[in-house]
Design a protein around this ligand. Structure first.
Ligand code: ADP
Ligand code: MG
Length: 827
C-alpha cells in the first residue's frame, strides 16, 4: 500500500528551481488501475518515478506498507524497486544486445533468483504477454507493440506489488495500444497499476480511477481513497537484499563485448602486445638466471671452492731472497731475468704452496654435512712417471728416436672423491671406470679429441704405432700398451745412496745434458752421432721445459708399477667447462699409494733422520725450515697433511652453507692459522646476476609503460561505453540494480578484456618463445631457455586483469553515479 503525504519535488537546474511537484497527497489501493492524466510538463513522470523509488522526493513522505521512507538508504530503495515495483516506459528501454528472454531474466537475476526458476518464470511471463514465439529474438527484431509487451513481461516477472507505466502506449498505434491496455487491465486485477497517459479516452475506458494533474498538483481524483492507519500490514520479514551476481555481470559484459567484436579485439591485441613484452622480459630473465645457475653449477666442480693456507708472505720473502742471491750474477745460471721469471711463476702456482693445512682445520671439517658438500683433500706429492716415446725427430741417432720421457705427473688430474661429481660433467664412452690406483682414465673433449700438443706434454705417444696415423679409435687406445701404459717409478728404484750419505738419480737425465751442453755450445762434440743444433731445439720444444729424458730404463725392484688407461670419459654436451684440464686422470688412491711407498723409501727416511743430508737442496735443508722440508718431501712423493682442500657443494644453497661453515672457522680457531678460501666464480657470478637483474628490471619498467598506455586506452574505451550504455544503466537501476552492480558490470567488462589480453599475450609469447628457444639454445646450450614459471603466468594474467579493472574503475564509478531518472530520459 502506497501513501503520498505532501510530496514535493524541486529540481535545481543551473538557472532556476523547477518545482515539478508542489505537494501531492494521494493514497493508492493495493489493487486498482490508476490513470494519471495531465498536460506535458505537469509532473506525471516525476510522480511515477518518486512512487517507484527511482527518484527522491524533496519533502513530504512516501509511506510504503505503513512504513515511512524518510530514512531509506540507497540500498533500501534498490531493494524496494527490485521486489515491489515493475516499470514500463514509453520507449520500452530494452537492452538491445540481449535476447527477449534475457531482457526479462535480468530483473530476476538482480533479485537473486536461481537459474532454473528464473528461466521458468521469464518464459511464463513472456507466454502471459503472448510472446512465446519470440523468446530468442533481439528487441530490434520486434514491432513496437511486441517490445512494449516484453517490457511489461519484464516488469511483471518479479511479481511486483505495483506496475508503474509511463505512457506505455505513447509510441504505439491504436490497435497495439488496445492490446497493451487489455494486458494492463488484466494485470491490475491483483495489483496496483499506475499509468501515465495523454489519452483521456483510453483512461476512461480502462482505468478504475483517474487522476488529473496540473502544474505539479493533483487537480481531480474520481475515486479518492484514504487509507486508515490500522490497515498497517505486518512488516515482511527482511528478505535478502537485491544484488547483481557476478555471473550476470560477466554475462552482460561478454554479451556487450561480443557485440563490439572489432573494438574488443583491437583493445585486447593492444594490451596483449604490452603483455608479450613483459612476458618475454620475464622469460628471458628466467632463462638467463637458469643459464647462470647452470654455469655456476658446472664451474662449482671445475673450479671448486678451494681452501689453502694463507701464508703468502713467506713466498714473497722467498722470491725476494732468491732475487737478491742471484742478482750478483751467476754465469752458470744464465740471464737473471729468465731465472727470476721462471722461479716466480713456479711459486705463484697454487700447487706449489706447500704450506700445509693444519690438523685443527682438517678435524673441523669432520663436522661438515657430507650430504651437502663433498670435499677432496689434496696432498701435494710428485709421482714420477715415465713412458717410452718415439719422437718425430729425423735423426740417425737411435737414442733420440726412441727415448723414455720422465715427468712428475703433477699436472695429471686427480678424480674427485665421488664419482657422481664427475658424472655431472663427463660420461664414460669406452672401457670402464678405474677401480684401483693403477688404473687411469683418458679425458677427451666434446669432439672426442685431445690436442696433440697436450698429448705430447702428457706423454701420450701419438706416433707410437704409425707416424702417418692421425686418428686412434677408443679401442686402439685401450688395447695398445704403447698408447695406454705408463710406468710409475718409486723412490727406491730411482734414487741410490752414494758415498757420504748422499742420494742421487740412478739414471742420467738426458735433458740435463742437453741443457748443459747446449749452453756451453759443445753439444755436438759430446754426443755421438750426427745431430745438429736445430734438431735439439726442436726436441726441447716438443717435450717442454719440464720434461726429463733418460736413456736407461729404471729397475722395478722398489715396487714400481705399470699404470694403464682403462677407460675414456667424454665431456657432456650440456657442460660448458669441464673440471679437468689434463687428459689423464687418476684415482685419489694413487696418491695414497705413492705417499705410503715414499714414506718407507730410503731417501725420505734419510730426510727425517738427518736433515743435513739431501740430494735435492742442501742449502735449504741447512736452514731447518719446516716449509722447505715439506717442499722436499713433496718432491719425493711424501706428504702428511693436505695443502689444498677442494669443496664440491651439491647446490647453490649448499655452497652458501659451506661458505658460512668456512667463515665460522676463522672465528673459532684460536691460535691456529686462519684459512682463506677462493670462490672466484661465485664473485663473478654475483656481479653477473646483479647486472642481469638490473637490465631485466629496466626492461620490465620500459615494457610496463606500454601496459600503462594500454590501460589508459581501456579506461577511455570504457568511458565511451558508459556513455553509449546510459540507457542500459537506467534500466538496470529501475529493476533494482545497485550502484555497486553498475560498477561491477563495467569493471567485469574491462576485467574480461584484461583477462583475454593476458591469456592472448601469454599464448603469443609461447609462440615467439619457440624460435627464440632454438636461437638461445644454440647460443647457450640451455634447452628451453625462454620459459615462464607457473607463478609468472598467474601474475601476468592477474596483473593484466587487475590493471584493466583499475582502468575501468573510474569510468564505471561515473556510470554508477548516473541518476537513473536522467539515464532513462536519455535517448
Ligand atoms: P511530465 O511527465 O508530466 O511531462 P515531468 O515530470 O517530466 O513532466 O516534468 C515536470 C517538470 O519538471 C518539467 O517542467 C520538467 O522540465 C521538469 N524536470 C523534469 N526532470 C527534470 C530534471 N531532471 N531537471 C530539471 N527539471 C526537470
Ligand atoms: Mg512525462
Amino acid at each position: 500500500m502506497i501513501q503520498l503525504k505532501g510530496i514535493k519535488k524541486t529540481y535545481n537546474t543551473d538557472e532556476r528551481k523547477v518545482h515539478a511537484l508542489k505537494g501531492v497527497t494521494l493514497d493508492m489501493r493495493d489493487s486498482e488501475f490508476v490513470c494519471v492524466l495531465g498536460p506535458s510538463g505537469c509532473g506525471k513522470t516525476t510522480l511515477l518515478n518518486i512512487i517507484g523509488g527511482l527518484d527522491r522526493y524533496t519533502s513530504g513522505d512516501l509511506i510504503i506498507d505503513g512504513k515511512s521512507t524518510k530514512h531509506f538508504t540507497d540500498v533500501d530503495w534498490d531493494t524496494y524497486r527490485s521486489r515491489k515495483v515493475g516499470f514500463v516506459f514509453q520507449s520500452y528501454n530494452l537492452i538491445s544486445h540481449q535476447t527477449v528472454l534475457e531482457n526479462v531474466e535480468t530483473a530476476l537475476v538482480i533479485s537473486g533468483i536461481g537459474r532454473e526458476e528464473r528461466r521458468k518464470r521469464a518464459i511464463q511471463a513472456l507466454v502471459d504477454v503472448g510472446l512465446s514465439e519470440h523468446l530468442r529474438k533481439t528487441p530490434r527484431q520486434l514491432s513496437g507493440g511486441e517490445m512494449q509487451r516484453v517490457a511489461i513481461a519484464r516488469a511483471l516477472v518479479n511479481n511486483p506489488k505495483m506496475i508503474l507505466a509511463d505512457e506505455p502506449t505513447g509510441a504505439l498505434d491504436s490497435e497495439n495500444s488496445v492490446k497493451i491496455m487489455d494486458l494492463l487491465k488484466e494485470i491490475s486485477k491483483d495489483r496496483l497499476v499506475v499509468m501515465v497517459t495523454h489519452n483521456a479516452e483510453l483512461a476512461s475506458e480502462y482505468a478504475t480511477r483517474t487522476i488529473r494533474m496540473k502544474d505539479g498538483l493533483v487537480v481531480t481524483d474520481d475515486k479518492p481513497f484514504k487509507a486508515t492507519d490500522t490497515e498497517k500490514k505486518q512488516e515482511e520479514k527482511k528478505k535478502k537484499q537485491s544484488h547483481m551476481p557476478y555471473t550476470l555481470a560477466a554475462k552482460l559484459s561478454i554479451k556487450n563485448l561480443a557485440g563490439k567484436k572489432i573494438r574488443t579485439a583491437l583493445t585486447s591485441v593492444a594490451s596483449s602486445i604490452a603483455i608479450i613484452g613483459i612476458a618475454l622480459v620475464l622469460a628471458c630473465h628466467n632463462g638467463l638466471n637458469a643459464f647462470i645457475d647452470k654455469v655456476q653449477k658446472d664451474t662449482m666442480s671445475s673450479v671448486p671452492i678451494t681452501v689453502s693456507t694463507s701464508d703468502y708472505n713467506y713466498q714473497i720473502d722467498e722470491i725476494l731472497g732468491y732475487i737478491n742471491s742471484t742478482a750478483k750474477g751467476d754465469e752458470e745460471k744464465g740471464p737473471i731475468e729468465s731465472v727470476l721469471i721462471n722461479h716466480a711463476l713456479k711459486n705463484m702456482q697454487p700447487q706449489n704452496i706447500t704450506n700445509e693445512i693444519s690438523t685443527h682445520f682438517v678435524d673441523y671439517l669432520k663436522g661438515l654435512d657430507s650430504n651437502r658438500v663433498r670435499y677432496d683433500a689434496v696432498k701435494n706429492v710428485s709421482k714420477r712417471v715415465y713412458k717410452n716415446v718415439r719422437l718425430p725427430i729425423y735423426s740417425n741417432t737411435e737414442i733420440l728416436k726412441e727415448v723414455s720421457v720422465l715427468d712428475d705427473a703433477k699436472k695429471w688430474a686427480c678424480l674427485p672423491p665421488d664419482r657422481s661429481i664427475l658424472e655431472d660433467q663427463y660420461h664414460l664412452v669406452a672401457g670402464k671406470y678405474p677401480e684401483n690406483p693403477e688404473e687411469l682414465l683418458l679425458v677427451v673433449d666434446k669432439n672426442s679429441a685431445v690436442a696433440d700438443t697436450v698429448l705430447a706434454t702428457y706423454l701420450l705417444d701419438v706416433y707410437a704405432i704409425d707416424e702417418e696415423k692421425t686418428h686412434y679409435t677408443y679401442e686402439e687406445i685401450l688395447n695398445t700398451p704403447e698408447l695406454n701404459e705408463y710406468h710409475l717409478v718409486l723412490n727406491d728404484d730411482y734414487y741410490v745412496e752414494r758415498d757420504g750419505g748422499f742420494y742421487a738419480d740412478k739414471t742420467i737425465s738426458l735433458a740435463k745434458h742437453i741443457h748443459k751442453y747446449y749452453r756451453s755450445e759443445t753439444l755436438l762434440s759430446t754426443i755421438e752421432g750426427e745431430l745438429n743444433k736445430n734438431e735439439f731445439i726442436k726436441l726441447i720444444n716438443e717435450l717442454g721445459v719440464k720434461v726429463n729424458c733418460f736413456d736407461v730404463v729404471p729397475e722395478t725392484d722398489g715396487g714400481s708399477k705399470t699404470l694403464k688407461i682403462v677407460g675414456i670419459i667424454k665431456l657432456n654436451d650440456d657442460t660448458q667447462y669441464g673440471m679437468f684440464t689434463s687428459p689423464i686422470a687418476y684415482l685419489p688412491s694413487l696418491n695414497e699409494l705413492v705417499i705410503e711407498n715414499s714414506y718407507s723409501s730410503a731417501i725420505v727416511q734419510a730426510q727425517f733422520n738427518d736433515t743435513s743430508v739431501s740430494v735435492l737442496d742442501r742449502s735449504v735443508i741447512a736452514t731447518g725450515d719446516k716449509i722447505r722440508l715439506n717442499n722436499i718431501l713433496s718432491d719425493l712423493g711424501y706428504a702428511e697433511l693436505p695443502t689444498k682442500i677442494k669443496f664440491y657443494p651439491n647446490t647453490i644453497e649448499d655452497k652458501d652453507y659451506l661458505i658460512e661453515y668456512l667463515d665460522a672457522y676463522n672465528e673459532t680457531n684460536g691460535d691456529n692459522p686462519d684459512i682463506t678460501y677462493t670462490d672466484n666464480v661465485g664473485a663473478i657470478i654475483d656481479v653477473v646476476r646483479i647486472v642481469v637483474g638490473s637490465v631485466s628490471a629496466i626492461l620490465l619498467a620500459l615494457t610496463s609503460i606500454s601496459l600503462i598506455v594500454s590501460s589508459i586506452m581501456i579506461g577511455i574505451i570504457t568511458y565511451v561505453s558508459v556513455i553509449e550504455r546510459t540507457k542500459e544503466i537506467g534500466v538496470l537501476r529501475s529493476v533494482g540494480a545497485r550502484k555497486k552492480d553498475v560498477v561491477r558490470l563495467f569493471v567485469t567488462e574491462t576485467g574480461v578484456i584484461g583477462l583475454v589480453a593476458g591469456i592472448c599475450g601469454l599464448l603469443l609469447t609461447m609462440l615467439i618463445a619457440i624460435p627464440l628457444n632454438t636461437v638461445m639454445g644454440n647460443l647457450t646450450g640451455v634447452t628451453g631457455f625462454v620459459f615462464l614459471r607457473w607463478w609468472n603466468y598467474i601474475a601476468i594474467v592477474l596483473g593484466s586483469s587487475l590493471l584493466t579493472v583499475m582502468a575501468g574503475f573510474i569510468p564505471s564509478l561515473l556510470a554508477s553515479k548516473k541518476d537513473p531518472v536522467k539515464a532513462l530520459r536519455s535517448e
